[in-house]
Design a binder for this molecule. Sequence first.
Ligand code: PHB
Length: 385
Amino acid sequence: MQRRTWIALALAVALPLPALAQDAVKIGLILPMTGPFASTGRQIDAAVKLYLAQNGSSVAGKKVEIILKDDASVADTTRRIAQELVVNDKVTVLAGFGLTPLALATAPIATQSKTPMVVMAAATSSITEASPYIVRTSFTLPQVTLGIAEWASKNGLKKVATLVTDYGPGIDAEKTFKERFTLNGGEVVTDVRVPLRNPDFAPFLQRVRDSGAQALFTFVPSGVGSALMKQFAERGLDKAGIRLIATGDVTDDDILNDMGEVAVGVVTSHHYSAAHKSPANQKFVEAFGKANKGMRPNFMAVGGYDGMRVILEGLKATKGAGGDALLAAMKGQVFESPRGPVLIDAQTRDIVQDVYIRKVERVNGQLYNVEIETQKSVKDPAKSK
Ligand code: PHB
């Protein structure tokens, strides 16, 4: 064969390749798939896969490619992975973020590269202010704490102790609870903070027991609630007549069913329960279980599922383009989530949603957060002042 023929052949083979590469929209999904917060990664990964299976994995003629990376919930790792995803893989969107420090570590990369960053899990109020490219589909601690603080006052509690994990979301929860509960005439008799890594609740619970509180208000991040509940019972706080109230992070649907009798009657406020009664949620819970060996979705899964909705509907509107156009297309989306009606507030880029007061009950032998009251369209209070 002549040299020119070779070149022509080589070109014919090589040319379609760059076109093919452009035909994918890449989403970098960074989650804790190993380590102490792996349940968050497992839930969100499953929800992302379910959304794509149900809604098709292409937009505007381009294939949606998920690049899943495990940061093991170490912030330096999250930052390095995000950098690689933006620079080497040229992702259109960064998504995931299982804990507040992991989201905060990535925010500057989103800003510098103008890459929309969808926070599907982390829930400290200030996160959305760390970059104008952040959109949140999870919740904020102030948003879900107000409800239980109101409930506590209305239900005759006067003296309450607080116990929270000592970092962003815990401090948000403690502050919001204290402010609202004392505004309504209640008294916070002791406030304890436990470390994020390897917490031993026993000494802290002893302080609560000795404080003369009628109830304990608590926040610990998803996955940690079982250990807290176990020690609450072991230390005899329930027998001493101390009531447990919490944000729904503590009675997380991923672990609730294994908590046993100590969890029954615990009242919490939160934005999602697998027991939420709506056709959209019934369909979601059923499909999620079917695709994942009977696993029950928790609020992390819903954050991931809705995050994919916001990304894919945004990409449809921009015909696959990213950057500022995609960010604009994500803002202001209104839709029916498995959790109920939601809005991505265009001003704050945070989610506005219903918050429910729930009580742990046995339903057909299984423990569920049964919704008993609804607060409609709750904004993050830190941003609605
Ligand atoms: C967070 O780190 O922001 C976080 C993690 C788990 C939760 C809530 C907040 O359940």
